[in-house]
Design a protein around this ligand. Structure first.
Ligand code: SF4
Ligand code: SF4
Length: 495
């Protein structure tokens, strides 16, 4: 990734750590502007989904469940068992390739708009902070102020709300793991009766509180593996929140005498003796501007003040930037005020800024797209072939065939039934009538427990003298409205 910045020294340290290695707390100004408004709206929708989804049921089962303790996973109402591990693995690989492709094209769009860490920190916890302690400057003043009753009240108010929201997130997080019924049962019980659930809730609440009250942007800057990947994923054609250094530099404080271009449509008629505006503004601009004309950046520092990771986007694309768009909004406000076009900081690629052209279909993007399409096709095939029940039929070890006294020929098999659904399934075994064979179960008809593997044994029986004996027998396994056919070899005396 190229950069315009003459010195790369700023990359030697992160903006949130000072020279002595101490944390530099970020007091981010509250952004305002069109992107912030859209992000706020989207965040409400995402929060609704996040808190609401664990309560949604499909056929009596949760829509999503990630019970790692009991190895029960439900995706979009579809239960997965350990036997589906290959499907899960291929799905995860597909998701990884999608993330890589998405990042190559759109940079960290996900981080700024969808990531739960950003949504909670910027749209919930920081808003609580603005509400209880005021905007960035008031927060700074409060931090330095002595411990008065007013300060204690504000801090208690803020941290109580932080804890409350963290507890809400902790309960919801647990609901994704063990389900809402189990969480409600835990909440209704005394901690002594359900110590495991109680401890899990306390632990999750504590972790979320620590993340949003103290760790904050350090999660994005130093912990999140996706953030660490940016260096290898982004290239000159990736879209990012970027400062247009071609337009912005050389930066400098605004020249108050500079004429505004509000009425100027660049028609240049004034040169020919007065245009529609009668302003002769082009002449006045040329007469008043120093040469070379200064860039559009007035060095107001607003883009830095609103940045939740404390960086200066004008240094170039940096790993700490979560593409939250706060600096775009801040800079657009400034551009409006000084009557310059918006977009000095905008979504663009390095090449877009440098060469004023965008390139989307790069060989890298095409290659990742090809791999992704192939993986999606593979998933479609595998999922369409997925059955609710898997049956494994094996000849009993060390057995050939039997010719019991009743004059039949029998083969002994063991079976395993994997019930991948979430309901108990009575299973029946039959052989098509035209084959001339019967099934004799050892023990009763099996009922496969949900998510379990049931085992048993059965005989396939052919009447003696019913020649020629079949070499293969199709065994129908029926459960619910579905039927599954397993063809097995049948050993017998010579025909
Ligand atoms: S907000 Fe815009 S004008 Fe102000 S310092 Fe940042 S880039 Fe320059
Ligand atoms: S540089 Fe801009 S987009 Fe990046 S994190 Fe800071 S404010 Fe957000």
């Amino acid at each position: 990734m190229s950069t315009h910045h003459p010195s790369e020294n700023f990359r030697d340290a992160i903006a949130t750590v000072d020279e002595s290695g101490q944390r530099r707390w970020v007091y981010a100004r509250q952004p305002s502007g069109r992107f912030y408004q859209w992000r706020t709206r989207l965040s409400y929708l995402l929060l609704l989904l996040l808190f609401g989804l664990p309560w949604v049921r499909l056929g009596g089962e949760p829509l999503f469940l990630f019970n790692v303790l009991e190895r029960r996973f439900i995706l979009f109402g579809l239960p997965f068992t350990p036997q589906d591990f290959h499907l899960f693995a291929i799905l995860m690989i597909t998701a990884m390739v999608f993330i890589v492709l998405f990042t190559v094209v759109f940079g960290r769009l996900f981080c700024g708009w969808v990531c739960p860490q950003t949504i909670f920190l910027e749209m919930v916890f920081r808003k609580i902070e603005y509400w209880t302690e005021g905007d960035a400057n008031a927060q700074k003043r409060l931090a330095k102020a002595p411990w008065t009753a007013a300060k204690v009240r504000k801090k208690v108010q803020k941290h109580s709300l932080f804890l409350l929201v963290s507890a809400l997130i902790g309960h919801t997080f647990l609901a994704y793991v063990i389900g809402t019924d189990a969480v409600l049962a835990t909440v209704r019980q005394s901690p002594l009766d359900a110590p495991g659930g109680f401890l899990a809730i306390v632990l999750f609440t504590g972790v979320f509180y620590a993340v949003f009250a103290y760790l904050r942007e350090q999660v994005c800057v130093a912990i999140c593996p996706y953030g660490r990947l940016q260096g290898v994923l982004l290239d000159d054609d990736s879209t990012n929140v970027i400062y247009d250094y071609e337009r912005g530099e050389p930066r400098g404080k605004i020249d108050r005498g500079r004429p505004k271009r509000t009425s100027c449509t660049s028609c240049a008629d004034c040169r020919a003796g007065g245009g529609a505006c009668g302003d002769r503004i082009l002449d006045r601009i040329e007469a008043s501007l120093p040469a070379p004309p200064p860039g559009d950046c007035v060095d107001c520092g607003l883009c830095v003040q609103v940045c939740p990771t404390g960086i200066d986007i004008r240094n170039g694309i940096q790993m700490e930037c979560i593409n939250c768009t706060a600096c775009i909004d801040a800079c657009d406000t400034v551009m409006d005020k000084i009557d310059r076009p918006r977009g000095l900081i905008r979504y663009d690629s390095e090449r877009g800024v440098r060469e004023r052209r965008r390139k989307l279909a790069t060989p890298r993007v095409m290659a990742y797209s090809g791999v992704l399409l192939a993986l999606i096709a593979l998933n479609v095939v595998l999922f369409s072939q997925r059955t609710g029940v898997d049956v494994i039929l094996l000849r009993a070890p060390g057995q050939l065939y039997h010719t019991p006294a009743d004059g039949t020929v029998t083969n002994l098999y063991t079976y395993q039934i994997v019930n991948k659904t979430s309901r108990p399934l009575p299973v029946t075994f039959t052989v098509p009538a035209e084959v001339g064979a019967d099934v004799r179960l050892i023990g009763g008809a099996p009922v496969a427990a949900p998510g379990e593997v049931s085992e048993g044994a059965l005989f396939l029986v052919v009447a003696a003298g019913d020649r020629p004996y079949p070499d293969e027998i199709p065994l129908r396994v029926s459960y619910g409205d579905d039927t599954y056919v397993v063809t097995t070899s049948f050993l017998h005396p010579a025909n």
